[in-house]
Design a binder for this molecule. Structure first.
Ligand SMILES: [Zn+2]
Length: 1033
């Protein structure tokens, strides 16, 4: 196969000079055991030194040297281990987020030029045993890089149609090229052209950043030329961009697809499998700048050696273009998806906690970047040059250390902040609100006790569950009990607060009926330690369902409930989380009262965006208040009708909270599903009262942020809480030219309060390559991250723009990115061939799937609340979650090997993969289906359901019976394994082929035409190809 996709620049050019140059300057040479000096995970290394333990707060300072440090001279040891005995360092640590207050520029030493230093440092981080990875050639461009479409003879083209005639892509080893006439493409052409619904010109410039690409360099009036989310630039001719998305109904029209071999177009399941085969089970070592990690779906282990694990940060590309012009030219978004609290598997080392003593973490005086592997020590170790802003700083006396012959500090391996990509600092009082150490956070459970929730049995279910769940509140590692305080409120039109002080024999209730001026009627006894007050709390939880058993009250308030939580946290001077269990839209007379404003007539009009916009006013202010007091809001909704989720979820979505929705909740079918969500949520690892700043080296900077966040200014990302599933997507833009030699650095610093009430700084560092060759960028792209970015920016854009414009932008940009690759990185080939960059070859599947998601599809058949809910959920997702959402797993179960330990292999999400005799499991992280073909073998049905045939299957089954046979055990273990792994619980829906509920299942077959509109993958690919050809002519 052709290698033509890769031109020019040698792989990893400049990135790893001196790789393998490590000569063992520390005697025996720093092979892996040196990492034991950090104390390591208990299972791996013995006797971690004090002060380096995860979660330990070593009194003042740094890491005592490990036992094996005898090669260091005594002075060094002293320096390293007793910083407090040195003269106090200058008080330079400014409160977090403050502008720099001193410039030490003039102190620049006559050391080697910064770039050289950095290069040295980068190279010295690369240990010998990893060298082979670097020296190996780039992944074979070969087979998969370019997959030509071939042009069938023109005679096969139906008259009058302009669609490209393409045979499917040749998928490398498996299927030989075919040049089948693509008769059905005639349909693709017409349907894609809009089916009589041509999209008019460019959209009005919305207030959001989602700008219309497709402007020539001259621009068009009214369109800002600065690169918007999507660049705002198109290199090719963009006039007359035809319709981007088939109309909802029209897409269904047309003859059925002619049988092309669907295996011949790029397949996500193949890509996932290939990567698993290639990199699964291996160790990914983060010592190489710009190294593209394994796919998010691949099972691998990470060893941190100087860059943050891909579990914490993933990027859309690991090689940034050197100039803004190149970035504009290719329109590939430059973004990072940061999950600062990502869970690590048990076999990976938890983050070390570093204590720099009373003066706080060592930081660059100018840009305030924290000490990290990108600081270059010079002048015998007395100064260091910041890798971000190049400022030369004095090393504080307590932090001084000698350099070895390579210019590296001899305590390099003892200090996580010098050698690791991720670690934490103990924060000093400067980093705390009002310069006071924070109190441990609190969780307040706020239960709507109106008629619906009582009648459904939900209130009792919650109260019963809390008795066991509260025993499992998250706690600081090494602590026996949780420091988190708990409190309880019930409400309908009024609020009831409970005093559950341990000294009381009975809980006491206090009612606040003035919801306009919310206050908390008691301070002492409201937020308590669960262990101390267990008896009183039990008593309360037993009584609540009975107290309201006869209620007739059906109206509720909502904003005052949140307000009460904020007031309680303020009074207790703590941060925390509200768990609100609400049944309906708040219609009672009170601040934040809502009306039904659902209007399906707005769908597919320019006003559709209003369905996604929250009601302004009360909730806007509440979000601000919540963030200011570190109050995260989780909303569990149990609606039986429209509840205006766009508004009700506004506060949760700005405070790092989650919204769970259980429509028409019934205990029998939804109870377990809800409880699984609640348990996961309560036990999540989480940080509170957080503020995040992303610093970058010169030449580029973070310009936009997407997530469950709040922003008061353009740089500080505020989060009332951030948990292990929250992902913040950060977009970058050029300020200047980037250097291939120094690359591009980023440092994400998250200041937060731990569940134990400690103030910490969590630091994640990542270094990327830079290249003046676009081929490097395309080679280093990560499709899963790209689609996360596109999903979030499109979902934000629909707040301000008509959906069709947003979809059009998505298609245009897809075509543009691919056309630019074709033009600049691929060698000449027939225009009829579709050539995709290897790293992006399945990008079109994801993009097409994204455009068919409920928020973007514009169908009156979809619930407005569901659309708003999905929109907001996606905004806070990390890469794993968006990947799975946009390409569900479809797992055949009928032919599964019950004895194999290997996970079942998913197949493509298309009807073509289903068989009448098959049984399939489908899940996307939000929904889960068990699909039963109408000709399923009675044996299988017997094994799974203990029923003689499909016909005996009851309607509302939501779990498989526990049967003692290998198939039942295997299938149930697959299901429970998935439920365990995903961030949300999923309700298992069992559907029979051809039954009505099967429609729900079919909408997840994302390679097919959308039920509510949207093209099949094949049609979309053909359409995109045609767009690319237009761009290139
Ligand atoms: Zn700096």
């Amino acid at each position: 196969m052709s290698q033509q996709g890769y031109v020019a620049a040698p792989p990893y050019s400049q990135a790893q000079p001196g790789m393998g140059a490590y000569q063992g300057g520390f005697g025996s040479g720093p092979t892996q055991p040196l990492y034991g000096h950090y104390g390591g995970p208990p299972q791996a290394f013995s006797a971690p030194p004090a002060g380096m333990m995860k979660s330990s707060v070593a009194p003042a300072a740094s890491m005592p040297l490990p036992a094996g440090s005898s090669q260091y001279n005594p002075n060094v040891q002293q320096n390293g281990s007793h910083p407090q005995s040195y003269p106090a360092p200058p008080a330079v640590s400014a409160p977090y987020g403050q502008p720099p207050h001193s410039l030490y520029n003039s102190m620049a030493s006559p050391g080697p030029p910064p770039t050289q230093q950095l290069t040295n440092q980068m190279s010295s981080m690369n240990l010998g045993r990893h060298v082979q990875g670097l020296q190996s050639p780039p992944p074979p461009a070969s087979s998969v890089v370019q997959q030509p479409f071939q042009t069938p003879p023109p005679s096969t083209m139906p008259p009058g149609l302009q669609s490209p005639h393409m045979s499917p892509l040749m998928s490398p080893p498996q299927s030989p090229p075919e040049s089948m006439p693509m008769a059905s493409q005639s349909m693709a052409g017409t349907s894609m052209a809009g089916m009589g619904r041509p999209f008019p010109g460019p959209p009005p410039p919305g207030p959001g950043g989602f700008q219309q690409p497709g402007l020539g360099s001259a621009g068009q009036p009214g369109y800002p030329q600065q690169a918007g989310q999507f660049g705002g630039y198109m290199a090719g001719p963009q006039q007359n961009m035809p319709g981007a998305f088939p109309g909802a109904q029209s897409a269904m029209a047309g003859p059925p697809q002619k049988k092309l071999d669907p295996d011949s177009i790029p397949s996500i399941t193949h890509v996932i499998e290939d990567d698993q085969v290639k990199q699964g089970g291996q160790v990914f070592t983060t010592n190489i700048r710009g190294q593209v990690p394994p796919l998010v779906t691949t099972d691998f282990t990470v060893t941190d050696q100087g860059n943050a694990s891909p579990r914490f940060i993933r990027c859309t590309t690991y090689s940034l273009p050197c100039t803004a012009d190149l970035a504009k030219q290719c329109q590939v978004p430059l973004a990072a998806i940061i999950k600062p609290f990502a869970s690590l598997p048990k076999n990976e080392t938890p983050l070390y906690v570093v204590n720099h003593g009373d003066t706080g973490p060592v930081r660059c005086n100018r840009c305030k970047a924290y000490m990290c592997p990108y600081m270059q020590f010079i002048d015998g170790g007395r100064r260091y040059q910041c890798g971000f802003c190049n400022c030369v700083n004095e090393v504080p006396v307590f932090y001084f250390q000698h350099l070895d012959h390579m210019g590296r500090r001899v305590d390099f391996y003892e200090r996580p902040e010098l050698s690791l990509g991720s670690y934490e600092f103990v924060a000093t009082l400067d980093y705390c609100k009002n310069n006071k150490p924070p109190n441990p956070p609190a969780y307040i459970f706020m239960i709507d006790v109106s008629y619906n929730n009582i009648k459904s049995g939900l209130v009792k279910l919650i109260c019963d569950e809390l008795k066991t769940l509260l025993e499992k509140l998250p706690r600081e590692e090494g602590m026996e009990t949780s420091a988190i305080k708990v409190g309880f409120v019930t409400y309908n039109k009024v609020l009831h607060f409970y005093n559950v002080k341990s000294a009381l024999a009975q809980p006491q209730m206090m009612v606040v009926s003035d919801t306009a001026e919310m206050f908390v009627p008691l301070l002492d006894g409201f937020l308590v330690n669960y262990q101390d007050s267990r008896a009183v709390i039990y008593n309360l939880l037993d009584q609540i369902p009975d107290m309201f058993a006869d209620t007739a009250e059906s109206e509720t308030v909502f904003a005052p409930v949140i307000q009460a939580g904020v007031e309680a946290f303020k009074a207790a001077e703590c941060s925390g989380k509200l768990f609100i269990f609400q049944s309906s839209m708040p219609t009672a007379e009170a601040p934040g009262k809502l009306k039904n404003r659902d209007d399906k007539k707005l769908v597919n009009t320019d006003k559709e965006k209003t369905l996604f916009q929250p009601q302004k006013g009360v909730y806007e202010q509440l979000s601000k208040d919540c963030v200011a007091s570190g109050c995260c809001v989780d909303l569990f909704l149990f609606p039986s009708q429209y509840t205006d989720i766009a508004t009700m979820a506004d506060v949760p979505s700005h405070t790092g909270g989650s919204v769970y929705k259980y429509s028409n909740f019934q205990i029998e079918t939804d109870g377990e599903h809800f409880l699984r969500d609640l348990r996961k949520d309560v036990q999540k690892s989480i940080g509170f009262d957080a503020i995040m700043r992303v610093r970058t080296s010169t030449g580029f900077r973070a310009t936009d942020f997407f997530g469950g966040i709040y922003m008061n200014n353009t740089t500080d990302v505020e989060m009332a809480a951030v948990d292990c599933d929250n992902g913040v997507t950060v977009e970058f833009k050029h300020d200047d030219t980037l250097s291939e030699e120094t690359g591009a650095l980023m440092q994400c610093a998250l200041l937060y309060t731990t569940i134990g009430g400690q103030r910490r700084l969590r630091i994640h560092n990542l270094s990327l390559n830079c290249s003046s060759q676009l081929s490097e960028l395309y080679k280093s792209c990560e499709t899963d991250s790209l689609i996360n970015f596109f999903a979030k920016s499109a979902y934000r854009a629909i707040l301000n723009q008509p959906l069709k414009n947003v979809r059009e932008i998505l298609v245009n940009q897809t075509a543009h990115m691919l056309a630019c690759y074709r033009k600049n990185c691929a060698s000449p080939s027939a225009a009829s061939q579709l050539i995709l960059p290897d790293a992006m070859k399945v990008f079109p599947v994801y993009m097409n799937s994204l455009m068919k998601t409920a928020p973007l599809v514009g169908s009156t058949e979809l619930s407005t609340d569901d659309r708003a809910h999905q929109r907001l959920s996606v905004m806070a997702m990390g890469v794993e979650d968006t990947q799975l959402l946009l390409y569900p797993r479809l797992i055949p179960l009928h032919n599964i090997d019950v004895n194999s330990e290997k996970p079942a292999t998913p197949v493509r999400c298309s009807e073509e993969r289903l068989t009448d005799s098959g049984i399939f499991l489908l899940e996307n992280g939000q929904s889960m289906f068990l699909w039963l073909g109408q000709a399923s073998s009675p044996d299988l049905i017997q094994s799974l359901f203990n029923l003689p045939s499909l016909a005996h299957l009851q309607g509302h089954m939501c779990a498989l019976p526990e049967l003692d046979n290998p198939l039942s055990r295997k299938v149930r273990s697959i299901i429970s394994g998935l439920l365990e792994k995903r961030s949300n619980s999923m309700k298992l829906q069992i559907v029979r082929q051809k039954d009505k509920p099967e429609m729900l299942f079919r909408q997840f077959l994302v390679e097919d035409k959308g039920l509510h509109g949207g093209a099949s993958y094949m049609d979309f690919l053909c359409y995109v190809h045609r767009e690319i050809r237009q761009l290139l002519t």
